[in-house]
Design a protein around this ligand. Structure first.
Ligand code: JFZ
Length: 447
């Protein structure tokens, strides 16, 4: 994993990366000025999506030969150095009899999520859809013989969720790619490189699968990953990008297709403090793993997750929150519970998040975050003021102020030396985050 992080950093550095603050984290820069025809409208309004990492790795669930294997359940083939034959055999144990597409889509909807991005193929190369390009897929290689990706689009549609797919460029199963350290008994896969002369064949393989995902599964977005494999170059990225555009120009593509192609940046596990200039989305885990790990109980609190969602929205970005279903097809209870708490908060406060624009303020606010819509400024107050007064650093006079949870009762306001003052109750009406709405004339003019 160290190796991977290093490889990622190098790729981003080469692509003109943007380093923010002193966090030491590097984010892919948004592809500035690249012409694209992707339909970003639904995506920009959505603000909150469900990431799903589901595959064969849910069977070992972070345990191999009795040992806890860390750094991501979905990385177990690499991190436990599992030979192909042993890993492939996991397919015969993958029998998610409890999988229910409607249930997953319903959980997403109740959480307040507006899109779903599921692993169609992760680094392990196992395909979670009925592809004609390989038999190493969920229908042909498992005793289950069903196609979850065929069931999810309709279930998502019924719940108002936009269906999207993750796809790894790096492939630890493909014969077109060579592991970093091949060995019959103790291989390390990451990063792979193309087998001599096989680059073109592999691109073709991907094109066949992406074609299937667009035409048969109606994916609205490709969330690429694993582009740090050695040999993936600018012309490969361009060819793949152009190919997708040729089948459906409206499809959204993330920046991990590589080399500045793609429609939005994908910071991971952290939120750029002031957002990013172009479209962006932070993806995050609820515990410390993407793919299900039975022994990882490091759950983030629902309060923290709601604050992360607000933070993303206030920076003009989306929040893609991950769940790792079990090999039986169940989204773990601790995840569902947290998602339901987020949905509960959003049912009251969603107007401040969905379709909102980034904060007008360049500096952080003492009491929390801000988002806006034409004529309205939303304050997401996470630190309730003991003084019972919010000081909003702007010149605009407030036309009307109220709690989003209680729009008919106006709050008193005044103009102060450091900005506009809003007088609020002594106790925070919502201890997680209380949204105060300010009606303002014209664009907000920060102080
Ligand atoms: C990748 C995958 O390796 C991982 O399994 C998961 O799917 C995640 C969403 O994406 O991991 C990464 C990708 C990029 C960075 C780090 C881990 N990065 O930018 O530092």
């Amino acid at each position: 994993m160290k190796f991977k992080q290093l490889a990622m950093t190098m790729i981003f550095a080469a692509a003109g990366a943007l380093t923010l603050g002193n966090s030491g984290k590097t984010f892919a820069a948004a592809p500035a000025g690249k012409k694209h025809t992707a339909d970003m409208r639904w995506w920009k309004k959505a603000r909150f999506g469900m990431f799903i990492h589901w595959g064969l790795y849910a069977v070992p669930a972070g345990v191999w030969h009795g040992k806890h294997i860390g750094e991501g359940g979905e990385w177990i083939k690499n991190n436990a150095h599992i030979p192909n034959r042993q890993y492939n055999a996991l397919a015969r144990k993958f029998d998610p009899v409890d999988f229910n597409a409607n249930q997953w889509a319903t959980i997403a909807r109740k959480a307040g999520m507006k899109y779903m991005v599921i692993t169609s193929k992760h680094h392990d190369g196992f395909c979670m859809f009925n592809t004609k390009a390989t038999n190493f897929n969920v229908v042909k290689a498992t005793p289950w013989h069903k196609d979850p990706l065929a069931m999810l689009p309709a279930a998502c549609k019924a719940q108002g969720i936009t269906f999207c797919t993750y796809y790894s460029i790096m492939d630890w199963h493909s014969r077109d790619q060579v592991p970093a350290h091949p060995s019959a008994t103790h291989p390390t896969y990451n990063p792979t490189h193309f087998a001599p002369g096989r680059g073109e064949a592999y691109l073709h393989y991907m094109e066949r699968q992406l074609h299937e995902l667009v035409t048969q599964y109606h994916t609205h977005l490709f969330w690429f990953d694993g582009q740090w494999m050695h040999g993936w170059d600018r012309s490969d990225a361009r060819q793949l990008y152009t190919y997708i555009r040729s089948i459906d120009p409206t499809i959204i593509i993330n920046s991990r297709i590589g080399f500045g192609y793609g429609d939005y940046a994908t910071p991971e596990q952290s939120i750029p403090p002031r957002g990013l200039p172009g479209p962006w989305e932070t993806c995050m885990t609820i515990n410390n793993t993407w793919g299900y790990v039975s022994w990882d109980h490091h759950w983030k609190s629902s309060t923290m997750l709601i604050h992360h969602l607000i933070h993303c929205a206030s920076g003009g970005g989306n929040f893609l929150l991950n769940v790792g279903p079990t090999a039986k097809g169940i989204i773990p209870k601790p995840e569902v519970r947290r998602l339901m708490a987020m949905g509960k908060w959003l049912r009251v406060n969603g107007d401040a998040i969905y379709g909102s624009h980034r904060t007008p303020f360049a500096k952080a606010l003492s009491f929390g975050y801000a988002t806006q819509k034409p004529g309205k400024l939303f304050l997401e107050v996470t630190k309730w003021p003991k003084s019972r007064t919010l000081v909003v650093p702007m010149h605009n006079k407030i036309v009307r102020a109220y709690l989003l949870s209680n729009p008919y009762i106006p709050l008193q306001t005044a103009s102060g030396h450091d900005g506009q003052l809003v007088y609020v109750p002594a106790q925070a009406p919502d201890s997680v985050a209380t949204v105060v709405v300010l009606q303002v004339d014209g664009a907000v003019r920060p102080m």
